[in-house]
Design a protein around this ligand. Structure first.
Ligand code: WTA
Length: 637
């Protein structure tokens, strides 16, 4: 089994934790705790739920398996994540501690204490209520990387509504599909977003998307760039106008939720064009993310923590917004792109704000590595104590650069494997676990992951296989919004007899039990760590009047991890050429978003298909990579 990705060697160096790191770790006996949790994962999570989370009313059962795979956690418990993330801090000594430091692309600095953030959230929660949002309603949020994005999320959760954040890099059709599927009557957006000194017209894109999904009744617009936008009377409202009304009082009752009530939907691309909305719920999710952040990044009161992801993806939801706030941490957030407007922007910020924890993606590291270590050497990075990586396998070269030039061989790298579906970290070291560059090391305490063959038999050491999870965990997505059957079919059908969750990834385990992720086995492509479905890009291509059929594959790329290579069959009479290829790339950009833009558009006369009509992307990939075609017995032609 191979997906064309070069394998990292399992026989790599081992980096044991330093005495200093172990001496100061929050959980120095983690490996013993992990061992104990193997036999009774629920007991481990039960203890974390009591240690880290306040409940309005205690739960009466930790895990309910009666309707598997629709597991329930902490049933009977009453809770609200905003109580744990804000209310309790705003009424304690932490009220004057900084919750968030934000820097704009042009260098403006804005800080929020816990009290200030809480008051802003309360005000916006009242605004949402005045727009008719009620418990259980969905609110779609489509914004740039500004503090108002977490504020909108927290305000939605506070009043018991369900947020659906759509990444600001998505475009018209992607946004329209997500609004329609979530049936959001209210959309929160910005006039525009800053990106590399230019503005992205978020409001224009929202207008177009809203025109394609007529469910929307109200649009709230946060003014960020000041660019010209069209405001539709009765439908569109400025955030600042609403916030200045008496209705927007800084006090708002927090809604009491059941542990299993919906908290948010987050869309991921799947094997059909229709994106699937993974539903996460109120109770288990916060237990999982708070425990993992505390254990893995060793969060301490005095930390300055920077998760450089975008809040619009799961990493941002769990580890920019919710978990750091639950733990009372000070977070840093930067509006712009890494390396903009100069290569040492990030390193300068680490020095300026004395960041102690940096959590980012291999693609960002590789892009900054290209500029050379001298840019990092100009800055005092001694405040750093822990580094992190997420989103795709980190290649040993990038790992070493990050470890040597950013962490100065002092800072362990937490390579965290997880997914939108898992809610929080699943396979990850903690600072006391010996590291191997490129390996996520071991399943987290309470997580039963394994690498198995098609029939469920565990693989031998260093044998490629299916990465599965054999026991439920509290942060797991509970269903696909509006489509429980799809949830069962996508995640629980491959190993239905055993009742295991299939991750969609292939992996291997070495002789020490360390996990090495190889990559996706399905039609998901990771471009710069962003998750894209081939289907969404293909539907965008065939929505172009000249295209009859399309197929996309991911091709390994040194910088981005993968890039998209698209094959198109044109309609009769249409001639392919450079201009049309450029037009099609632009079309995907407008419909799905810049990250989905194919690197290559190739015109072909036919596509390899199975007899049942499924496109065999595996063959296209082998051809592009110049690899053997393998088994072609199911090929139609
Ligand atoms: C990949 C991102 C290797 C994997 C949190 C997974 C990784 C998919 C790692 C989920 C890692 C994530 N090492 N691969 N540390 N982290 N992946 O839903 O293929 O955007 O299935 O969640 O990213 O992507 P998603």
């Amino acid at each position: 089994m191979s997906n064309g990705t070069e394998h990292v060697s399992a026989k790599s160096e081992v980096f044991p934790p330093s005495d200093d790191v172990v001496a100061h770790a929050n959980v120095p006996d983690y490996l013993a705790i992990r061992q104990a949790a193997l036999d009774d994962p629920a007991a481990f999570w039960d203890a974390r739920a009591k240690e880290l989370i306040d409940w309005y009313e205690p739960y009466n059962e930790v895990l309910n398996t009666s309707n598997a795979p629709f597991y329930k956690w902490f049933t009977g418990g009453k809770i609200n994540i905003v109580h744990n993330a804000l209310d309790r801090h705003a009424t304690s000594w932490r009220r004057n501690k900084l919750a968030l430091i934000w820097e704009s692309e042009d260098g403006e600095e804005v800080t929020y204490s816990y009290l200030k953030l809480w008051r802003r959230v309360n005000r916006f929660a009242n605004v949402l209520k005045s727009m008719g949002v009620k418990k259980g309603d969905t609110v779609t949020i489509y914004m740039g990387r500004v503090p108002q994005l977490p504020i909108a999320m927290l305000a939605t959760a506070k009043i018991g509504a369900i947020h659906s954040v759509v990444y600001g890099g998505f475009s018209e059709q992607a946004l329209a599909d997500r609004i329609a599927d979530a049936k959001s009557k209210v959309v929160v957006t910005c006039d525009g977003a800053w990106l590399r000194g230019k503005t992205v017209n978020l409001k224009d894109i929202t207008d177009e998307a809203v025109s394609r999904s007529p469910v929307v009744q109200k649009v709230i617009v946060y003014q960020r760039t000041g660019q010209d936008v069209k405001m539709v009377p009765g439908r569109d409202f400025w955030w600042h106008d609403l916030e200045s009304l008496p209705i927007a009082s800084p006090y708002c009752e927090t809604e009491v939720m059941d542990a299993e009530d919906g908290l948010f939907i987050l869309y991921t691309s799947g094997t059909t064009g229709k994106p699937k909305g993974l539903l996460h719920t109120c109770g288990g999710y916060q237990v999982h993310i708070a425990a993992t952040l505390k254990y893995v990044f060793d969060i301490k009161e005095e930390d300055r923590y920077w998760c450089a992801a975008d809040p619009g993806w799961i990493t941002g939801h769990s580890y920019i917004v919710y978990a750091p706030l639950i733990l009372g941490t000070t977070s840093f957030m930067y509006e712009g792109a890494p390396g903009y407007p100069y290569p040492d922007r990030w390193w300068e910020q680490i020095e300026k704000y004395a960041i102690s924890i940096l959590y980012t993606a291999p693609t960002a590291i590789r892009s900054l590595m290209r500029f050379g270590a001298e840019w990092a050497d100009r800055h005092d990075l001694s405040s750093l104590r822990i580094l992190g990586s997420v989103g795709e396998p980190i290649n040993p070269e990038a790992w070493r650069w990050y470890y040597t030039h950013i962490g100065h061989e002092r800072c362990p790298i937490m390579d965290t494997w997880w997914q939108t579906e898992t809610g929080g970290f699943m396979i990850t070291p903690t600072p006391v676990v010996p590291l191997k560059p490129g390996s996520g090391t071991l399943p987290f305490a309470g997580i039963q992951a394994d690498v198995v063959r098609e029939d469920g038999v565990p693989c031998d050491a260093n044998e490629d296989g299916y990465l599965v999870v054999k026991y439920p965990w509290p942060g797991m997505a509970r269903t696909v919004w509006g489509d429980p059957q799809r949830y069962e079919d996508t995640y629980w059908a491959d190993f239905a007899d055993q009742g295991w969750y299939f991750t969609g990834d292939s992996a291997r385990r070495d002789e020490d039990g360390y996990f090495w992720i190889i990559g996706r086995m399905d039609d998901v492509i990771k471009v710069s760590g962003y998750r894209l479905g081939t289907a969404e890009v293909e539907s965008a291509l065939v929505s172009h009047p000249d295209v009859a059929e399309a197929a996309c594959i991911g091709v390994p790329d040194e910088l981005k991890g993968n890039v998209i290579h698209a094959f198109c069959i044109l309609n009769a009479g249409v001639q392919g050429g450079d201009d049309l290829a450029a037009a099609l790339r632009q079309h995907v950009r407008t419909e799905v978003g810049p990250i989905a833009m194919p690197a290559v558009v190739e015109f072909v006369d036919s596509l390899p298909k199975t007899r049942s009509g499924k496109i065999m992307r595996r063959l296209l990939k082998a051809q592009v990579l110049g690899k053997p075609l393998g088994d072609t017995s199911t090929l139609e032609d």
